[in-house]
Design a protein around this ligand. Structure first.
Ligand code: D61
Ligand code: MG
Length: 414
């Protein structure tokens, strides 16, 4: 849960945080009894708290398919991400991964911590996969095949141009969007979305991750991982790692802002994709990560901390987003709020200021034109009552007296 300090600074975080905590512990209690499904759902909670929560609220049949889809791709990604596997071993595994899913005996040990457990016990995922409906299996197999081939291609190739960047993000996240749209369609709950819109849903999430994780990826041992395209960073520094050095702070922030501006190109498509969804649980499943992404971009924009440590939304704000993202009106409202926050951070001396502002204004226009923004509390305006130190102290003393009396009266009853 959020720290006491954070809650005192944002008292309205308290209720959504409690609600989230209860939802998470309920979800963990609902682990299915069969060992393979039990393994899959407890693994899902261990490797991704955020996706686990949104997956958990889908209807049973679709939820099982999405859970397996997630674990199969997470296992594939564990192979991709393990920088200690030699290329000549890694590439054939990535390319054949879609076949391994049908083979209960297959396993390959790699990764660390919970990812290692997932790899070592992958037979549980295969067993569960084989119990899914044929249409779900086919969609998962096809996407795994295409993603594995794409990852293999980029093992030996760097992300040079913006086209390479879009292509890499298509393989690792855009394809997830295409696959999910197929699963939604197969469940009978949604029309089949156009591929280009599904792709944008993934690109927006992946680019946000790549921007936020700059430092973690560059510091990766034994070998740094680089996803920022040379076509962008070479306008600011000679080597991608130079962005992390203090003497390049100004260039680093300008480069970061360029990257955020690039990610904003996908917003329109994402709003169009979400506005076509009909099923409320599928809607929440798709919308919560998107709202978190625009919030993360707003936080990272013009923020040197991206090059110094981890920049993350506070837990309380995440909890509020999960609690308050239910309809398209909520999504337009949230995108509008975070666009305002972005706009307020644009420095007119930034080399891309005009481009950035025009993308932000386009987003604000889409949100306004939809005319759906309901009367809601803003995520960014300080609607919080501000408590002074003395006020907090007085409250704590009153609480202490109250508790002391309560316990005194209880013990005198005996
Ligand atoms: C609607 C709802 C969720 C969506 C969506 C549309 C479209 C795309 C995505 C989710 C995928 C977004 C991926 C963003 C996070 N990036 C990663 O996890 C990177 O790995 C990419 C390859 C494995 C993808 C596994 C995945 C992720 C989310 C899913 C899913 C499968 C299946 C169903 C639902 C959600 C990243 O991972 C490491 C890290 O972020 O630290 C990387 O290696 O680059
Ligand atoms: Mg990866």
């Amino acid at each position: 849960m959020g720290s006491l300090g954070a809650i005192l600074r944002h008292p309205s975080d308290f209720y959504p945080l409690m609600k989230l905590k209860m939802a998470a512990s309920n979800a963990e209690k609902q682990i299915p009894p069969q060992p393979h499904w039990g393994f899959c759902y407890s693994m899902l909670h261990k490797v991704s708290r955020s996706f686990a929560l949104v997956i958990q609220q889908l209807g049973t049949e679709l939820r099982d398919a999405v859970c397996i889809f997630y674990l199969v791709l997470r296992a594939l990604d564990t192979v991709e991400d393990d920088t200690s596997i030699p290329t000549d071993v890694k590439v054939p595994i990535l390319k054949a991964f879609h076949q391994h899913v049908y083979d209960n005996e297959w396993h390959f040990s790699c990764g660390t911590k919970e990812y290692k457990v997932l790899m070592d016990q992958f037979h549980h995922v295969s067993t569960a996969f084989l119990e899914l409906g044929k249409r779900y299996q086919e969609a998962i197999e096809e996407i795994t095949k295409r993603m594995g081939a794409g990852m293999a291609k980029f093992i030996c190739k760097e992300v040079e141009t913006i086209d390479d960047y879009d292509e890499y993000c298509h393989y690792v996240a855009g394809l997830v969007g295409l696959g999910l749209s197929k699963l939604f369609h197969a469940s009978g709950a949604e029309d089949l979305a156009p591929d280009s819109l599904s792709n944008s849903m993934g690109l927006f999430l992946q680019k946000t991750n790549i921007i936020r994780d700059y430092l973690e990826d560059i510091n990766e041992i034994p070998k740094s991982r680089m996803f920022w395209p040379r076509q962008i960073w070479s306008n600011y520094v000679n080597k991608l790692e130079d962005l992390k050095y203090e003497e390049n702070s100004e260039k680093a922030v300008q480069c970061l802002n360029d990257m955020v501006t690039n990610a904003l190109t996908h917003v329109e498509d994402c709003l169009t994709y979400m506005s076509a969804l009909r099923d409320p649980s599928i809607f929440r499943f798709c919308a919560i990560p998107q709202v978190m992404a625009i919030g993360t971009l707003a936080l990272c924009y013009n923020n040197i901390e991206v090059f110094r440590g981890v920049v993350k939304m506070r837990r309380g704000l995440t909890a509020k987003i999960i609690d308050r993202t239910r309809t398209m009106a909520d999504v337009y409202g949230a995108f509008y709020d975070f666009s305002c926050m972005l706009k307020s951070k644009v420095d007119k001396n930034d080399p891309n200021a005009t481009k950035t502002l025009s993308r932000i204004e386009a987003t604000q226009k889409s949100c306004r034109d939809a005319g759906l923004r309901n009367k809601r509390k803003s995520y960014i305006l300080p609607s919080e009552p501000r408590y002074s130190f003395v006020q907090v102290l007085v409250l704590l003393i009153i609480l202490a007296i109250f508790l002391a009396q309560f316990f005194a009266s209880r013990s005198s009853n005996y």
